[in-house]
Design a protein around this ligand. Structure first.
Ligand code: THU
Length: 139
C-alpha cells in the first residue's frame, strides 16, 4: 500500500529531477521518481545527446539508477512531464518497466498536477518477457 504522503513525496522528487533534465534539443524535460519495496526513492531525468537516438528517457534512467543502487524492486513510478495532460511513458520505457514489475503502479502527472494512474500490465498488455525466452522451442 502506497500512502498519499509517499505519493506526494515522490511527486516532489520527480519535479526536482525534472528540473535537472538535460533536454536542450527537445526542450521537453521529464522527471521520474521510483519507489521500491525496500522503501527507497530513486530518481531519473531524460538525458539527451546531439546524436539524437542516444538520448535516454527519464524512466529508463531511473530504472538504471534503481538497479545500480540495489534499491529493491520498483513498486511505484511517478512521471512528471511539461504538458497539460498527465505524461505517460513511451513504448520503450513501458517494456523496461515491465521487465522489473508488471504490477508496478505508474502515476502520471501533468505540469499542473493533474494525475492519471495505471498499472504497467495495463500500459503494456501481452508484454514480451524472459518467460518467452525460457519457453523457446529453439534451445
Ligand atoms: N521522454 C521521457 O523522458 N519520458 C517520457 O515518458 C516521454 C519522453 C523524453 C525523451 C526526449 O528526451 C524528450 O522527452 C522528448 O521526447
Amino acid at each position: 500500500m502506497i500512502t498519499a504522503d509517499v505519493i506526494s513525496r515522490l511527486h516532489r522528487e520527480a519535479k526536482t529531477a525534472q528540473r535537472r533534465a538535460y533536454a536542450p534539443y527537445s526542450e521537453f524535460p521529464v522527471g521520474v521518481a521510483i519507489y521500491t519495496d525496500a522503501g527507497k526513492i530513486v530518481t531519473g531525468c531524460n538525458v539527451e545527446n546531439a546524436s539524437f537516438p542516444l538520448s535516454v528517457c527519464a524512466e529508463r534512467n531511473a530504472i538504471a539508477a534503481c538497479v545500480a543502487e540495489g534499491a529493491g524492486m520498483p513498486i511505484a513510478c511517478v512521471v512528471v512531464g511539461p504538458v497539460p495532460q498527465p505524461l505517460t511513458p513511451c513504448g520503450a520505457c513501458r517494456q523496461v518497466l515491465a521487465e522489473f514489475n508488471r504490477e508496478m503502479l505508474v502515476i502520471c502527472f501533468s505540469d499542473n498536477d493533474d494525475r492519471a494512474d495505471f498499472y504497467v500490465k495495463d500500459l503494456l498488455p501481452h508484454a514480451f518477457s524472459g518467460e518467452a525466452l525460457d519457453s523457446s522451442n529453439n534451445r
